[in-house]
Design a binder for this molecule. Structure first.
Ligand SMILES: Nc1ncnc2c1ncn2[C@@H]1O[C@H](COP(=O)(O)OP(=O)(O)O)[C@@H](O)[C@H]1O
Ligand SMILES: [Mg+2]
Length: 314
Protein backbone atom coordinates (compact mmCIF):
# COMPACT_ATOMS: atom_id res chain seq x y z
CA UNK A 1 0.00 0.00 0.00
CA UNK A 2 1.40 3.25 -0.95
CA UNK A 3 1.63 5.02 2.28
CA UNK A 4 4.41 6.06 4.47
CA UNK A 5 5.50 9.01 2.39
CA UNK A 6 3.67 12.07 3.41
CA UNK A 7 5.22 14.30 0.82
CA UNK A 8 3.26 17.28 -0.29
CA UNK A 9 0.74 16.95 -3.01
CA UNK A 10 0.54 19.04 -6.04
CA UNK A 11 3.32 21.45 -5.34
CA UNK A 12 5.10 20.74 -8.55
CA UNK A 13 4.52 19.21 -11.89
CA UNK A 14 6.66 17.32 -14.31
CA UNK A 15 6.93 17.84 -17.97
CA UNK A 16 4.96 15.26 -19.92
CA UNK A 17 7.87 12.94 -20.42
CA UNK A 18 8.86 13.19 -16.81
CA UNK A 19 12.14 14.77 -17.65
CA UNK A 20 12.65 16.18 -14.19
CA UNK A 21 14.59 14.60 -11.39
CA UNK A 22 11.46 12.90 -10.13
CA UNK A 23 10.64 11.53 -13.56
CA UNK A 24 8.61 8.40 -14.02
CA UNK A 25 11.38 5.86 -14.06
CA UNK A 26 12.80 7.05 -10.82
CA UNK A 27 9.44 6.53 -9.20
CA UNK A 28 8.66 3.16 -10.61
CA UNK A 29 9.80 0.89 -7.90
CA UNK A 30 9.08 2.78 -4.78
CA UNK A 31 5.85 1.11 -3.95
CA UNK A 32 6.54 -2.40 -4.88
CA UNK A 33 7.55 -3.99 -1.63
CA UNK A 34 4.75 -3.52 0.86
CA UNK A 35 2.30 -6.38 0.67
CA UNK A 36 -0.43 -6.02 -1.84
CA UNK A 37 -2.29 -9.11 -0.80
CA UNK A 38 -4.96 -7.30 1.13
CA UNK A 39 -8.37 -8.14 -0.12
CA UNK A 40 -7.32 -11.24 -2.00
CA UNK A 41 -9.97 -13.71 -3.06
CA UNK A 42 -12.23 -14.76 -0.32
CA UNK A 43 -10.45 -12.45 2.06
CA UNK A 44 -9.04 -15.50 3.81
CA UNK A 45 -5.73 -15.60 5.57
CA UNK A 46 -3.76 -18.79 5.10
CA UNK A 47 -2.35 -20.35 1.94
CA UNK A 48 -4.71 -19.46 -0.84
CA UNK A 49 -4.34 -21.62 -3.91
CA UNK A 50 -7.23 -19.76 -5.49
CA UNK A 51 -5.40 -16.50 -5.37
CA UNK A 52 -4.54 -14.64 -8.59
CA UNK A 53 -1.05 -15.60 -9.58
CA UNK A 54 1.37 -12.73 -9.59
CA UNK A 55 3.86 -13.16 -12.32
CA UNK A 56 6.86 -11.47 -10.88
CA UNK A 57 8.55 -11.58 -14.25
CA UNK A 58 5.66 -9.65 -15.75
CA UNK A 59 6.55 -6.07 -16.37
CA UNK A 60 4.33 -3.59 -18.14
CA UNK A 61 6.00 -0.29 -18.88
CA UNK A 62 4.32 1.83 -21.52
CA UNK A 63 6.32 4.36 -23.48
CA UNK A 64 4.70 6.78 -25.90
CA UNK A 65 7.20 8.63 -28.06
CA UNK A 66 6.23 11.55 -30.25
CA UNK A 67 2.86 9.93 -30.69
CA UNK A 68 0.55 11.61 -33.16
CA UNK A 69 -2.83 10.31 -34.23
CA UNK A 70 -5.61 11.42 -36.50
CA UNK A 71 -8.59 10.50 -38.59
CA UNK A 72 -8.89 10.75 -42.32
CA UNK A 73 -12.25 11.44 -43.92
CA UNK A 74 -13.03 11.80 -47.61
CA UNK A 75 -12.28 15.49 -47.49
CA UNK A 76 -9.75 16.08 -44.76
CA UNK A 77 -7.33 14.70 -42.24
CA UNK A 78 -7.84 15.79 -38.65
CA UNK A 79 -4.92 15.61 -36.28
CA UNK A 80 -6.33 14.55 -32.91
CA UNK A 81 -3.14 13.91 -30.93
CA UNK A 82 0.20 15.58 -31.56
CA UNK A 83 3.62 14.65 -30.34
CA UNK A 84 2.75 12.97 -27.05
CA UNK A 85 5.65 11.79 -24.93
CA UNK A 86 4.72 9.75 -21.90
CA UNK A 87 6.24 6.94 -19.90
CA UNK A 88 4.13 4.90 -17.49
CA UNK A 89 6.31 2.59 -15.43
CA UNK A 90 5.35 -0.90 -14.37
CA UNK A 91 2.77 -0.98 -11.65
CA UNK A 92 1.78 2.65 -11.89
CA UNK A 93 -1.82 3.84 -11.80
CA UNK A 94 -1.68 6.73 -14.23
CA UNK A 95 -4.73 8.92 -14.70
CA UNK A 96 -5.29 11.04 -17.76
CA UNK A 97 -7.80 13.88 -17.68
CA UNK A 98 -8.80 16.14 -20.50
CA UNK A 99 -11.70 18.08 -21.95
CA UNK A 100 -14.44 16.14 -23.66
CA UNK A 101 -13.52 15.35 -27.24
CA UNK A 102 -9.81 16.11 -26.81
CA UNK A 103 -8.72 12.61 -27.80
CA UNK A 104 -8.54 10.57 -24.60
CA UNK A 105 -10.31 7.58 -26.12
CA UNK A 106 -8.25 7.94 -29.27
CA UNK A 107 -5.10 7.73 -27.16
CA UNK A 108 -6.40 4.70 -25.29
CA UNK A 109 -7.44 3.02 -28.54
CA UNK A 110 -3.97 3.63 -29.93
CA UNK A 111 -2.32 2.08 -26.89
CA UNK A 112 -4.80 -0.82 -27.11
CA UNK A 113 -3.62 -1.36 -30.67
CA UNK A 114 -7.01 -0.67 -32.24
CA UNK A 115 -5.40 2.13 -34.28
CA UNK A 116 -1.75 2.09 -35.35
CA UNK A 117 -0.03 5.41 -34.58
CA UNK A 118 -0.09 7.95 -37.41
CA UNK A 119 3.44 8.76 -36.35
CA UNK A 120 5.65 8.11 -33.37
CA UNK A 121 5.40 4.95 -31.34
CA UNK A 122 3.84 3.14 -28.42
CA UNK A 123 6.09 0.56 -26.78
CA UNK A 124 5.29 -2.00 -24.14
CA UNK A 125 8.42 -3.13 -22.38
CA UNK A 126 10.44 -1.87 -25.29
CA UNK A 127 8.42 -3.64 -27.98
CA UNK A 128 6.44 -1.50 -30.42
CA UNK A 129 2.67 -2.00 -30.33
CA UNK A 130 0.65 -1.85 -33.50
CA UNK A 131 -2.12 -4.36 -32.89
CA UNK A 132 -4.26 -5.58 -30.00
CA UNK A 133 -2.79 -8.26 -27.77
CA UNK A 134 -3.42 -10.16 -24.57
CA UNK A 135 -0.85 -8.04 -22.80
CA UNK A 136 -3.37 -5.16 -22.78
CA UNK A 137 -7.03 -5.30 -21.86
CA UNK A 138 -9.60 -2.54 -22.09
CA UNK A 139 -12.35 -1.86 -19.55
CA UNK A 140 -14.99 0.11 -21.39
CA UNK A 141 -17.19 2.93 -20.20
CA UNK A 142 -20.42 1.42 -21.42
CA UNK A 143 -21.59 -0.40 -18.32
CA UNK A 144 -24.62 -1.95 -19.93
CA UNK A 145 -23.22 -3.21 -23.20
CA UNK A 146 -19.79 -4.50 -22.35
CA UNK A 147 -20.72 -7.97 -21.13
CA UNK A 148 -22.26 -10.83 -23.09
CA UNK A 149 -25.88 -10.68 -21.87
CA UNK A 150 -26.57 -14.33 -22.67
CA UNK A 151 -23.70 -15.58 -20.53
CA UNK A 152 -23.52 -15.88 -16.77
CA UNK A 153 -21.00 -13.85 -14.83
CA UNK A 154 -18.73 -16.87 -14.63
CA UNK A 155 -18.97 -17.54 -18.34
CA UNK A 156 -18.26 -13.90 -19.14
CA UNK A 157 -15.03 -14.09 -17.17
CA UNK A 158 -14.14 -17.50 -18.56
CA UNK A 159 -14.75 -16.60 -22.19
CA UNK A 160 -11.45 -14.82 -22.74
CA UNK A 161 -9.61 -17.62 -20.98
CA UNK A 162 -11.07 -20.10 -23.46
CA UNK A 163 -9.89 -17.83 -26.25
CA UNK A 164 -6.43 -18.02 -24.70
CA UNK A 165 -6.65 -21.80 -24.92
CA UNK A 166 -6.24 -22.36 -21.20
CA UNK A 167 -7.16 -25.73 -19.75
CA UNK A 168 -10.37 -26.10 -17.81
CA UNK A 169 -8.76 -26.37 -14.40
CA UNK A 170 -6.74 -23.20 -14.90
CA UNK A 171 -9.78 -21.40 -16.26
CA UNK A 172 -11.79 -22.37 -13.22
CA UNK A 173 -8.99 -21.33 -10.90
CA UNK A 174 -8.78 -17.91 -12.48
CA UNK A 175 -12.55 -17.39 -12.63
CA UNK A 176 -12.82 -18.19 -8.92
CA UNK A 177 -9.80 -16.09 -8.05
CA UNK A 178 -10.77 -12.98 -9.94
CA UNK A 179 -14.47 -13.08 -9.09
CA UNK A 180 -13.27 -13.34 -5.49
CA UNK A 181 -10.94 -10.43 -6.00
CA UNK A 182 -13.78 -8.18 -7.15
CA UNK A 183 -16.13 -9.46 -4.46
CA UNK A 184 -18.51 -11.36 -6.74
CA UNK A 185 -17.91 -14.95 -5.68
CA UNK A 186 -21.56 -15.39 -4.80
CA UNK A 187 -22.86 -13.98 -8.06
CA UNK A 188 -21.19 -16.21 -10.63
CA UNK A 189 -24.38 -17.82 -11.84
CA UNK A 190 -26.25 -14.58 -12.41
CA UNK A 191 -26.74 -12.96 -15.77
CA UNK A 192 -25.68 -9.36 -16.48
CA UNK A 193 -29.29 -8.16 -16.46
CA UNK A 194 -29.51 -9.22 -12.82
CA UNK A 195 -26.57 -7.03 -11.79
CA UNK A 196 -26.28 -3.39 -10.78
CA UNK A 197 -24.05 -1.06 -12.81
CA UNK A 198 -21.27 -1.28 -10.24
CA UNK A 199 -21.41 -5.08 -10.26
CA UNK A 200 -21.23 -5.13 -14.05
CA UNK A 201 -18.09 -3.02 -13.95
CA UNK A 202 -16.64 -5.41 -11.37
CA UNK A 203 -17.28 -8.25 -13.81
CA UNK A 204 -15.55 -6.28 -16.56
CA UNK A 205 -12.57 -5.73 -14.28
CA UNK A 206 -12.48 -9.42 -13.27
CA UNK A 207 -12.74 -10.47 -16.90
CA UNK A 208 -9.92 -8.13 -17.84
CA UNK A 209 -7.60 -9.10 -15.00
CA UNK A 210 -8.24 -12.83 -15.46
CA UNK A 211 -6.30 -12.58 -18.71
CA UNK A 212 -3.40 -11.43 -16.51
CA UNK A 213 -2.50 -8.56 -18.80
CA UNK A 214 0.52 -6.38 -18.31
CA UNK A 215 -1.56 -3.26 -18.69
CA UNK A 216 -5.17 -2.45 -17.88
CA UNK A 217 -6.64 0.30 -20.03
CA UNK A 218 -9.70 1.92 -18.47
CA UNK A 219 -11.76 4.40 -20.47
CA UNK A 220 -13.96 6.37 -18.07
CA UNK A 221 -15.14 3.08 -16.55
CA UNK A 222 -17.18 4.65 -13.77
CA UNK A 223 -18.57 7.64 -15.66
CA UNK A 224 -22.07 6.28 -16.00
CA UNK A 225 -22.39 5.13 -12.39
CA UNK A 226 -24.17 7.19 -9.75
CA UNK A 227 -21.92 9.23 -7.51
CA UNK A 228 -22.06 6.89 -4.53
CA UNK A 229 -21.37 3.77 -6.60
CA UNK A 230 -18.55 5.61 -8.37
CA UNK A 231 -16.85 6.39 -5.06
CA UNK A 232 -17.25 2.76 -3.96
CA UNK A 233 -15.80 1.52 -7.25
CA UNK A 234 -12.83 3.86 -6.96
CA UNK A 235 -12.04 2.34 -3.57
CA UNK A 236 -12.52 -1.12 -5.04
CA UNK A 237 -10.20 -0.38 -7.92
CA UNK A 238 -7.48 0.79 -5.55
CA UNK A 239 -7.85 -2.36 -3.48
CA UNK A 240 -7.68 -4.54 -6.60
CA UNK A 241 -4.71 -2.62 -7.99
CA UNK A 242 -2.88 -2.96 -4.70
CA UNK A 243 -3.47 -6.72 -4.84
CA UNK A 244 -2.30 -7.16 -8.42
CA UNK A 245 -0.02 -4.20 -9.16
CA UNK A 246 -1.02 -4.21 -12.78
CA UNK A 247 -0.02 -1.08 -14.67
CA UNK A 248 -3.18 0.97 -15.22
CA UNK A 249 -3.88 3.74 -17.68
CA UNK A 250 -7.08 5.25 -16.35
CA UNK A 251 -8.90 7.83 -18.42
CA UNK A 252 -11.45 10.14 -16.91
CA UNK A 253 -12.85 13.63 -17.29
CA UNK A 254 -13.52 13.75 -13.54
CA UNK A 255 -10.70 15.62 -11.83
CA UNK A 256 -11.72 14.40 -8.37
CA UNK A 257 -11.58 10.83 -9.60
CA UNK A 258 -8.13 11.33 -11.11
CA UNK A 259 -6.75 12.86 -7.92
CA UNK A 260 -8.41 10.19 -5.79
CA UNK A 261 -6.83 7.38 -7.77
CA UNK A 262 -3.65 8.33 -9.57
CA UNK A 263 0.00 7.97 -8.75
CA UNK A 264 0.25 10.74 -11.29
CA UNK A 265 -2.31 12.71 -13.26
CA UNK A 266 -1.64 13.79 -16.81
CA UNK A 267 -3.63 16.72 -18.17
CA UNK A 268 -4.44 16.92 -21.87
CA UNK A 269 -4.95 20.06 -23.87
CA UNK A 270 -8.21 20.73 -25.61
CA UNK A 271 -7.28 19.83 -29.13
CA UNK A 272 -7.37 19.38 -32.02
CA UNK A 273 -3.77 18.26 -32.02
CA UNK A 274 -4.05 17.66 -28.27
CA UNK A 275 -1.06 16.79 -26.18
CA UNK A 276 -0.26 16.09 -22.55
CA UNK A 277 0.46 19.54 -21.24
CA UNK A 278 1.42 18.71 -17.69
CA UNK A 279 1.81 15.83 -15.29
CA UNK A 280 1.06 16.14 -11.60
CA UNK A 281 2.76 13.59 -9.33
CA UNK A 282 0.47 12.86 -6.39
CA UNK A 283 2.26 11.87 -3.27
CA UNK A 284 -0.63 12.12 -0.88
CA UNK A 285 -0.92 8.84 1.02
CA UNK A 286 -3.89 6.62 0.39
CA UNK A 287 -6.68 6.40 1.32
CA UNK A 288 -7.11 9.98 0.19
CA UNK A 289 -9.73 12.25 1.56
CA UNK A 290 -11.73 14.85 -0.31
CA UNK A 291 -11.47 16.98 2.79
CA UNK A 292 -7.67 17.03 2.79
CA UNK A 293 -6.47 20.53 1.86
CA UNK A 294 -3.66 19.06 -0.24
CA UNK A 295 -6.28 17.15 -2.20
CA UNK A 296 -8.29 20.27 -2.95
CA UNK A 297 -5.15 22.23 -3.81
CA UNK A 298 -4.27 19.77 -6.56
CA UNK A 299 -7.85 19.56 -7.78
CA UNK A 300 -7.82 23.36 -8.01
CA UNK A 301 -4.56 23.40 -9.97
CA UNK A 302 -5.81 20.84 -12.48
CA UNK A 303 -9.16 22.56 -12.74
CA UNK A 304 -7.44 25.87 -13.47
CA UNK A 305 -5.28 24.26 -16.14
CA UNK A 306 -8.28 22.64 -17.79
CA UNK A 307 -10.15 25.93 -17.54
CA UNK A 308 -7.36 27.62 -19.48
CA UNK A 309 -7.58 24.88 -22.07
CA UNK A 310 -11.30 25.42 -22.45
CA UNK A 311 -10.84 29.18 -22.68
CA UNK A 312 -8.27 28.75 -25.43
CA UNK A 313 -10.58 26.55 -27.37
CA UNK A 314 -13.74 28.60 -26.86
N1 LIG B 1 -13.79 7.41 -36.06
C1 LIG B 1 -13.62 8.74 -36.05
N2 LIG B 1 -13.52 9.44 -37.20
C2 LIG B 1 -13.31 10.78 -37.19
N3 LIG B 1 -13.19 11.51 -36.06
C3 LIG B 1 -13.27 10.87 -34.89
C4 LIG B 1 -13.48 9.46 -34.81
N4 LIG B 1 -13.52 9.09 -33.49
C5 LIG B 1 -13.34 10.23 -32.79
N5 LIG B 1 -13.19 11.29 -33.62
C6 LIG B 1 -12.96 12.66 -33.22
O1 LIG B 1 -11.74 12.69 -32.49
C7 LIG B 1 -11.82 13.62 -31.43
C8 LIG B 1 -11.41 12.93 -30.16
O2 LIG B 1 -12.37 11.95 -29.83
P1 LIG B 1 -12.22 11.03 -28.54
O3 LIG B 1 -10.89 10.41 -28.56
O4 LIG B 1 -13.40 10.15 -28.47
O5 LIG B 1 -12.28 12.14 -27.38
P2 LIG B 1 -12.50 11.97 -25.80
O6 LIG B 1 -12.42 10.53 -25.47
O7 LIG B 1 -11.43 12.80 -25.18
O8 LIG B 1 -13.86 12.57 -25.50
C9 LIG B 1 -13.23 14.15 -31.42
O9 LIG B 1 -13.24 15.41 -32.03
C10 LIG B 1 -14.00 13.16 -32.24
O10 LIG B 1 -15.06 13.80 -32.91
MG1 LIG C 1 -13.76 9.21 -24.61
Amino acid sequence: MPRGRSARLGGRAEGPAGRGASGPTGRAGRRRGGGGARGGPGGGGSARPDRPSRQETRVGELTLRHLSQGFVTRTERTEILRDIDLRIPHGELFCLVGPSGCGKTTLLNTVAGFMPPASGSVDLDGQPLRAPGNDRVVVFQDVHNSLFPWMTVRDNVEFGLKMLGLERAERQRRVAAFLGLVGLSDHGLKFPAELSGGMKQRVQIARALAIEPKVLLMDEPFASLDAQTRRAMQAELLRIWEATRTTILFITHDILEAVMLGDRVGVMSRGPAATVVRIFPLELPRPRSLGDPRFSTTVGQIDALLGQENDHGA
